[in-house]
Design a binder for this molecule. Structure first.
Ligand code: GUN
Ligand code: ZN
Length: 442
């Protein structure tokens, strides 16, 4: 029996701070011990109370740092890594001008194999241990990414993009080929070690009704896969969807009519939803991936956090980078932009709400809260260690506000956490662990 321990200030969530108070949702131990056995959580508690029980086990100490569950990125594009930060366009023009030509390169397995480790290194150096990833339309891109994630033992969800119209010919599959290729990938990868599959029609405009019907068939045949797509990001996109599907009662209804809206569905963006669509997402227990850096970068709009988390119709919510429309792989930077999106609408978005979405909230959105998201006993030990003084300005900021080096109260922690989110990035991530093993260190 091999045990090991990690001593640090430890923060995780036991409930949702959008709906219950911080004292009921935040679990904070200023001097904590996280004990692992075979990569899973065996115990979490006060160091002073537990130390007698674990005399002799190896303990890694992170004084004056903050240990949190690994971050969960609910929506990101593998083939857009090399085109992040492309100038000047909004969604539909940006896709044509920059994204489609770039995604074409992923036809070549050797190129995919070159980019996959770069992409995964970016996730890990930013503290992201689980991501929901769109591949390209080519199955090779999905194989390549799954191979790399499996090598690193990451709990990752990936899908081949299904796209049979309104894209260049070199990037289109057919309804049939998308079905057979997706099915082969599901049979090969879904449930292998920590890997899971998402059926991934790109968005309604690039799929024929036949292709959406095939997507539904895949979900029926493999009911524990996910449905992952884009929804109501940009005004011109929403208008286009209405023209393409004139019988539908709006954008979400297109997916709904094809049986694609359910509790394993993840919809990225949702910045242009109607009230009825918010209600329908709540009713069906579908999840939204909130992508603030992307929504600001493409000028898409402001996500209504308050409406998504309304008490009468709560929607499962997570944070997402959406690289390459998103401008950072960091969920700290993403949370910082989410705060500004809230500010522009006179809404509140607390640092605890932000870190909940990046951890347990994301896990719940994926129905993986029995496996990841916090440090409950038996969960897979994916975690990150943050340095609230990672840069000179952060050191000065936090020195000013904390007499002692480690916050004691939730209030002190909230203060330090907020500035860590707003000023933080990959330099803030001291270490990233996957199943208790170190996979990135500064
Ligand atoms: N909608 C359809 N495809 C995409 C994409 O690649 N990125 C974003 N942000 N929105 C999309
Ligand atoms: Zn996207």
């Amino acid at each position: 029996m091999t045990l090991k321990g990690f001593r640090s200030a430890i923060l995780d969530f036991v409930d949702d701070p959008f709906y219950v108070s911080e004292s009921e949702s935040v679990r904070y131990i200023p001097d904590g011990l996280l004990v692992l056995e075979q990569g899973k959580v065996k115990e979490l508690g006060d160091y002073e109370l537990l130390k007698e029980q674990y005399v002799g086990i190896p303990i890694e100490s992170y004084p004056h740092r903050l240990l949190l569950p690994g971050f969960i990125d609910l929506h990101i594009h593998f083939p857009q890594t090399g085109i992040i930060a492309a100038y000047g366009e909004q969604l539909l023009e940006w896709l044509e001008k920059y994204i489609f030509p770039t995604e074409h390169k992923f036809k070549d397995k050797a190129y995919c194999d070159r980019v996959a480790p770069i992409f995964i290194d970016q996730l890990l150096r930013n503290g992201t241990t689980t991501a929901v990833v769109l591949g390209a339309v080519f199955p090779e891109s999905v194989d390549s990414l799954f191979e790399e994630c499996d090598r690193r033992n990451l709990r990752t969800i990936v899908g081949k993009v299904m796209m049979d119209r309104h894209a260049p010919d070199f990037l289109c599959d057919t309804a049939e080929s998308s079905y057979y290729q997706s099915r082969a990938l599901i049979e090969k990868w879904h449930g292998k070690n920590r890997l899971l599959y998402a059926v991934t029609p790109r968005f309604a405009p690039t799929s024929t009704p036949q292709q959406l019907t095939y997507a539904r068939q895949l979900l029926s045949e493999f009911p524990d896969t996910y449905l992952h797509t884009h929804l109501s990001e940009n005004i011109k996109e929403v208008e286009w969807v209405q023209q393409l599907f004139p019988d539908s009662q709006g954008y979400l209804d297109v997916y709904d009519r094809f049986g694609l809206v359910g509790e394993r569905s993840i919809f990225a963006h949702c910045v242009q939803l109607t009230d009825a669509e918010f209600d329908r997402l709540a009713q069906t227990k579908a999840a939204i991936a909130f992508c603030p850096t992307s929504n600001l970068f493409l000028g898409s709009g402001l996500f209504n956090i308050e409406q998504a988390t309304a008490k009468h119709a709560p929607i499962k919510l997570g944070l997402a980078t959406d690289v390459g429309a998103g401008t950072s792989f960091s969920l700290l930077q993403t949370a910082s932009e989410a705060y500004k999106v809230a500010q522009l609408q006179q809404q509140k978005f607390s640092p605890f709400q932000a870190m909940f979405l990046a951890t347990l909230g994301g896990a719940r959105a994926l129905k993986l809260e029995d496996k990841i998201g916090n440090f409950d006993v038996g969960k897979e030990a994916d975690f990150v260690v943050l340095d609230p003084r990672a840069t000179p300005v952060m050191a000065f900021r936090n020195e000013q506000n904390n007499e002692q080096m480690t916050p004691i109260t939730i209030e002190e922690l909230g203060e330090q956490l907020f500035s860590t989110i707003v000023l933080g990035d990959d330099r803030t991530i001291v270490a990233t662990y996957v199943m208790g093993e170190l996979v990135h260190a500064q």
